[in-house]
Ligand binder design. Structure first.
Ligand code: FAD
Length: 397
């Protein structure tokens, strides 16, 4: 049985090695000169390869495709994924939030491990797959030549960070077999704001909460974020982006003091005001937030930073309390698709068998990894999706 896999990324490599071990004659095509270019930049070069949690917990972190993924994640849960890599000699460690990394902190070690696992696989690098047709067998065309296969797997990834090779060309290949592609959107990307935040660029906030109302759906994340020149980024912002990327109406606000309720905050402000009657408002704000944020915050409260504390009215004080709990940010859309850590949307999962990952429209044609309409939050979930879909595909092919 001769199988052609398009894409030598996380999913393509895993699948190639597994199929080779099953005795298939495996070819892997990649437009790049080497494998795993996106894998190399994952986890800031450390590769957060999975999240060490139960399948149920895992599925709670899936944004699109939770039901479809159920069987793959139960068959190849994160614990199996860790075991798989450990058995191949890659030592791993678990960090905060169950994030699994190679002990060496080097994504290149994950790539090396997978490449070694692919011993005997025929790699065709610098071969961009332009078209695939079926006429008794699959004919796969690259600029270099034509190849024939019994089965073909599309493992071309999403459409962001296109310099890594994942430029969305897999969607075209899917469409040529009549597959529908769910409209793609940026996910796990920064958010643009209408507010002028250029002076806040680089200011980072810890232990804050971001609250959003997206088409009436309430969303809440707690953690860290940062301002960019035109918006916001950081872990809680990236997570939020994945949940609002299809919403038409989005309102965002920050809770700068999530641990305190309004009553407690007001009591603290009263105390601060009492002890610093002759200071200005800016002095009070400096005790509540990073200095760089004070002017922006004061503007939102409509109180001048140089106003004397003893001149601040009760209504104004209560407005400060409300704004600390609910600092409105004016949403101006997401950063472009290219900046997304993952792509939301892709080949519609309703047209794919969730146990085999075979197309329901064309026998012998398979899809694995991010090319499918599947995405999850940060924490190693997206690579686990790539590995688990490939595992199931290999198991049942
Ligand atoms: C900056 C960044 C950091 C990330 N960090 C993490 C992390 O720490 N943990 C995590 O879980 N996820 C992370 N991700 C997401 C994760 O990398 C992807 O979800 C995962 O790589 C998807 O695997 P894949 O095999 O489906 O696609 P990819 O890994 O993108 O591989 C697809 C391959 O197909 C090739 N290809 C595409 N089209 C063709 C064609 N027509 N012909 C030939 N070859 C083709 C490409 O060159 C590419 O090598 C990160 C993503 C980015 C961008």
């Amino acid at each position: 049985m001769k199988v052609g896999i398009v894409g030598a990324g996380a999913s393509g490599l895993m699948l190639a090695g597994l199929l080779k071990k099953k005795g298939f004659d495996v070819y892997v095509f990649d437009k790049n000169e080497k494998c795993g270019k996106k894998l190399y930049i994952t986890g800031k070069g450390r590769c957060n390869l999975t999240n060490y949690c139960s399948p149920d917990e895992f599925l709670k972190n899936v944004v699109r495709g939770e039901k479809f993924l159920r069987s793959a994640i139960y068959n190849f849960p994160p614990s199996e994924c860790v075991k798989f890599f450990n058995d191949l000699g890659l030592e791993t460690k678990v960090e905060r939030g169950n994030r699994v990394f190679p002990k060496s902190d080097k994504s290149s070690d994950v790539i090396k491990t997978l490449f070694k696992f692919c011993e005997g696989v025929k790699f065709k690098f610098c071969e961009d797959v332009k078209s695939i047709t079926f006429n008794g067998d699959f004919c796969l065309r690259t600029k270099v030549k034509e190849y024939h296969f019994d089965k073909v797997v599309i493992a071309t990834g999403g459409a962001s960070y296109s310099s890594t090779g994942s430029d969305g060309s897999g969607y075209k290949l899917a469409k040529s077999f009549g597959h529908s592609v769910e409209e793609i959107r940026s996910a796990l990307c920064p958010i643009k704001l209408k507010d002028d935040v250029s002076s806040l660029q680089g200011v980072s906030l810890k232990n804050v909460a971001i609250n959003a109302d997206a088409d009436k759906k309430k969303i809440h994340f707690f953690g860290e974020m940062m301002f960019t020149d035109i918006g916001i980024t950081g872990p809680i912002v990236l997570s939020l982006s994945s949940l609002i990327n299809r919403a038409l109406n989005v309102q965002i606000s920050l809770d700068l003091k999530p641990a305190l309720d309004e009553k407690t905050l007001d009591a603290r402000l009263l105390r601060d005001f009492d002890e610093n009657k002759n200071k200005n408002f800016l002095f009070i704000l400096k005790g509540l937030m990073p200095q760089a944020l004070c002017k922006f915050f004061a503007k939102k409260c409509e109180i001048f930073v140089d106003k004397k504390v003893h001149d601040i009215t009760k209504e104004e004080r209560l407005k400060v309390v409300k704004t600390l709990k609910n600092l409105p940010l004016s949403y101006n859309g997401l950063y472009p698709l290219e900046t997304g850590i993952v792509t939301s949307g892709g080949v519609k999962t309703a047209e794919i068998n969730p146990k085999t990952f075979e197309s329901k429209l064309q026998n012998g044609l398979y899809f694995v990894g991010e090319v499918l309409d599947l995405d999850a939050l940060t924490g190693g979930f997206n690579l686990q999706i790539a590995f688990a879909t490939s595992y199931m595909c290999a198991l049942n092919m």
